[in-house]
Design a protein around this ligand. Sequence first.
Ligand code: HEC
Ligand code: HEC
Ligand code: HEC
Length: 424
Amino acid sequence: MIMARFLLRNTLGACVRGGVALSVAALFANAAQAQDASAGTGIEHGRYLAIASDCVACHTASGGKPFAGGLDLNTPFGIITTSNITSDKATGIGSWTFQQFDAAVRHGKGANGNLYPAMPYTSYVKMTDSDVADLWAYMRTVPPVSQKVVENKLPFPYNIRSALVAWNLLFFDKKPFTPDSTKSAAVNRGAYLVEVLEHCGICHTPKSILGHDSSATYQGTSLQGWHAPDLTNNDHTGLGTWSAKDIETYLRSGTNRHTASSGPMTEVIVNSTQHLTDADLQAIAAYFKALPARTVDVPRPLPATNAQMAAGKREFVVQCSACHTSNGLGVANMIPTLQSNPAINAKSPDSLLNILLMGTSGPATVANPTGAAMPGFAWKLHDDQIASVLTYIRNSQDNAAPAVLAADVAKARKALNAQQTVWH
Ligand code: HEC
Ligand code: HEC
Ligand code: HEC
C-alpha cells in the first residue's frame, strides 16, 4: 500500500535542501550537552545507533529542530507527516515508557494505532533488545521541542489505520535477526548494519506494487528523478569491479576511484555513513562483497558510426572534455572517471539526466571537505544534444547501455522543472 519510493520523494527533497545536514551538527552538539556521567555508555551507543539508523533524516522538517518531526512524506494516498520524537511531554514522546517506544520502533504501533510502513519498523524489528534499550536511553536525552504534529492527513479510506493490520499480516516479517554461522563475524555485522539499521534496501531494492521489497534485492531502482544503482556483484551495472576498500572509501568520503555521489546518496553519506566507525564500514563492505556473483545481460555498445554517437562525441569534446578529459578519465578525487562506470551503465538514465540538467555538487564530508561541482546544462543544450551526449558516454569508454532519447530528456526536464533559457 505505502510505497517507500513515493515516501522518499519528499523526504529526499527536503534533505537536499540542506535542513538535515544542519540538524546532524545539532544532534552532535545535543548529545555532547546531554552527557551524564551516571548514564554510562548506553546513551553514547544509542546516539551512534540513531545516526546509523538515520532517524533524524525523516524526523526533522527542512530547517526544523532535530527529531521534532513535521516533515511531509508524500504518498500516493496523501501526506503522512513524521512525528515529533523529542522528549517533549505534551507533543513528543517524553511521557512514553520504554514499552511504548519499543512497540513503535520495532512493531509499528504508535500513539494513534498502527504506523504506516513509511516508518521503517519492518527493518527495525530485527534490532537487538539491548540496541533498542540504548536507543531509548539516548532518545530520552534529546532536548524537548514543543511542536504539535498532526501525522495523518490522509483522506478516507486511507486514514483507517486498522487497514494496516492486513498489510502487516501479508508483509511484516517479524523474525529476529539471526547471524549466519557460515559467514564471518564481519559479514554478519555488515548484514545487521545494512538490513536492520541503515536499511539500504529501502532505496536500492525495487518495490512490488504493494510497497514491500521485491525479491530483486539490491538490484537497483529509481526514485524521484534518481536511480539508486545495482549493488550486487556484477561487473557491468553493479559493484563487481569495486574492492571492499572502494566501498568503504565511498561511504566514508562520498567519493572513490570509480565515482562520486551526487543526489540522495550524498545525504545518506553526510548524515549517516561518514560517522560510522572504520570497523563498521569494513563490515558493510565485507557484506556486499560476500553477496553471490550475479550475471546480467550486457548489451552491445552502439557503433561509433551511429548518428547519435557521432553527434554526442562532438558535444562531449566541446562541453565536457575540459573537465572530464577527452578519454573520460577525469581527475583523481575530484572529477569522477566516466570509464567502465556502473552507474552510467544502469538501464535507467534517471540519475544521468538529473546530473546533466541540474548539475551536481559532490558531498562535503570530513574525509573530503572540498566536494567539487559540475554545472547544469539545462539552460544551454537542446533535448537532442543532451540525449546524444548521454548516449555517447553510455556507449564509449568501455560502457554499454541503451540510447537516451530526446523524449526522455523532455520528460525529465518537465519533472525537474529544468527549462532551457538560451536558444540557438
Ligand atoms: C524513512 C523515514 C523514517 C525513518 C528513517 C524513521 N522514521 Fe520514525 N516515523 C516515520 C513516520 C512517517 C512516522 C509516522 C507514521 C504514521 O503516522 O503512521 C514515524 C513514527 C515514529 C514513531 C511513533 C510516534 C508516535 O507519536 O506514534 C516513533 C517513536 C518513531 N517514528 C521513532 C523513530 C526512530 C527512533 C527512528 C530511528 C531508529 C525512526 N523513527 C526512523 C518515518 C521514519
Ligand atoms: C535514500 C535513498 C538511499 C539510501 C537509504 C541508500 N542509497 Fe545508495 N544511492 C542512492 C542513489 C539515488 C544513488 C545514486 C545517485 C546518488 O549519488 O545519489 C546511490 C548510490 C550508491 C552507490 C554508488 C553506486 C555506483 O555504482 O555508483 C553505492 C555504493 C551505494 N549507493 C550504497 C549504499 C549503501 C551501502 C547504503 C546503506 C548504507 C545506501 N546506499 C543507502 C540512494 C540511496
Ligand atoms: C566544470 C567541470 C565539469 C564539466 C564541464 C562537466 N562535468 Fe561532469 N562532473 C564534474 C564533477 C566535479 C563531477 C562530480 C560531481 C559530484 O561529486 O557529484 C561530475 C560528474 C559527472 C557524472 C557522474 C559520474 C558518476 O560517477 O556519478 C557524469 C555522468 C558527468 N559528470 C557527465 C558530464 C557530461 C556528459 C558533461 C558534458 C555535457 C559534463 N559532465 C561536464 C565536472 C564537470
